[in-house]
Ligand binder design. Structure first.
Ligand code: FAQ
Length: 311
């Protein structure tokens, strides 16, 4: 690639301009975006499973409506993100194929089981909370379509987080059994939510390049620290405890220090060996395969409609 073009591209990035689909971009920028945006899209789609598991067992009509709306929003996020990824010159079929039958990743967090209804509360608070921290940053990303998709996603995620936090607060203020359920869910989801931000910066091969191109504006560790600082306050406000004996306010840095993340567990999940990895993939493949007739019918309808219009 010609150095002049690369320099011009870098200057545009540094001037804060958005890169749009028809603009020139380095191949590597395109490949990195396809990797990251499709991983994000797949995560939204697979992320419907842990919560979908509880729609039929929601404790009240109100909770059921809220959860239905939330899960439906995740589907919408997946669809905007697939469309945004397609602007980079890859088809939806290829993306789905890489995800269901190839080696594309999705977020580690969705490979944990949802054991009680309190898990739905903890997911809203912690998982959507982590997603907002990450995606508010991505809403300023240099690639226009990704940035705009994240602006919309964050608006919806804020509602998701609020509903989770509100439910968890209610449980934490409920009967002793409810309090125990709330605390147990927080204990199980805390460390996996910290892992959502990815490996430490020193072990993150993609960060330097993504930051140079302002696809990411902050590093994995910076975002994780921001999340911890915020969650410590929010946990205290509703009377739940974060399961880390090493959490301690550091006067010098002005941040909360925290204990060692179980990285072995993280890499094990990323490699496909988490508790729910196999089941999640099986459910997604089944849905895709059983939905084939719907895709065929839609394509056939589109073909006939076009023929009619041409007459
Ligand atoms: N899980 O070099 P880095 C949601 C992989 S939120 C699995 O640091 P990078 C909302 C990484 O891909 C969740 N794999 O990578 C919701 C790379 O492998 P590769 C989705 C992970 O890109 C809430 C390798 O490790 N959000 O869905 C993870 O600089 C509730 C080395 O890592 C996004 O995807 C992980 N946690 O930083 C839905 C946001 N972390 O690909 C339903 C967009 C790292 O080279 C219910 N993505 N890996 O083979 C990002 O911000 C970034 O891609 C990171 C990783 C931060 C995930």
């Amino acid at each position: 690639e010609n150095q002049e073009k690369l320099d011009e591209f870098q200057n545009r990035i540094e001037a804060g301009e958005k890169i749009e689909p028809k603009d020139w971009m380095p191949d590597r920028y395109r490949q990195q975006l396809i990797r990251m945006m499709s991983q994000h899209a797949h995560s939204e789609i697979v992320g419907m499973l842990p919560e979908g598991n509880w729609i039929q067992r929601a404790p009240s009509l109100k909770r059921k409506l809220v959860l239905l709306a939330k899960v439906q929003d995740e589907a919408g996020h997946g669809l905007y993100l697939y469309s945004a990824t397609e602007t980079l010159g890859i088809s939806r079929d290829e993306l789905v194929d890489q995800y269901l039958y190839g080696s594309a990743k999705y977020s580690s967090i969705f490979n944990y089981p949802t054991m009680t209804y309190a898990d739905i509360c903890a997911i809203g608070w912690l998982v959507d909370g982590a997603a907002i921290v990450n995606q508010t940053m991505l809403a300023r990303s240099s690639y226009g379509p990704y940035s705009r998709a994240n602006i919309r996603i964050c608006k919806e995620e804020s509602f998701h987080k609020k509903q989770g936090y509100e439910m968890l607060a209610k449980m934490a203020d409920g009967t002793p059994e409810q309090q125990e359920m709330a605390q147990d869910a927080v204990n199980r989801w805390w460390w996996p939510s910290l892992m959502m931000f990815g490996p430490h910066d020193s072990d993150s091969p993609n960060s330097a390049e993504l930051i140079k191109w302002q696809v990411k504006l902050k590093t994995n560790d910076e975002l994780r620290q921001h999340f911890v600082d915020r969650m410590v306050m929010e946990a205290e406000a509703i009377g739940v405890t974060l399961p880390d004996p090493n959490l301690e306010y550091n006067e010098e840095t002005g941040h909360w220090d925290f204990g060692e993340i179980p990285w072995n567990e993280f890499w094990n999940v990323v490699k496909g060996n988490g508790i729910m990895n196999r089941e999640r993939m099986k459910a997604r493949r089944k849905a895709h395969e059983e939905g084939e007739w719907v895709r065929e019918a839609a394509a056939e309808y589109a073909r006939k409609k076009k023929l009619r219009q041409e007459k």
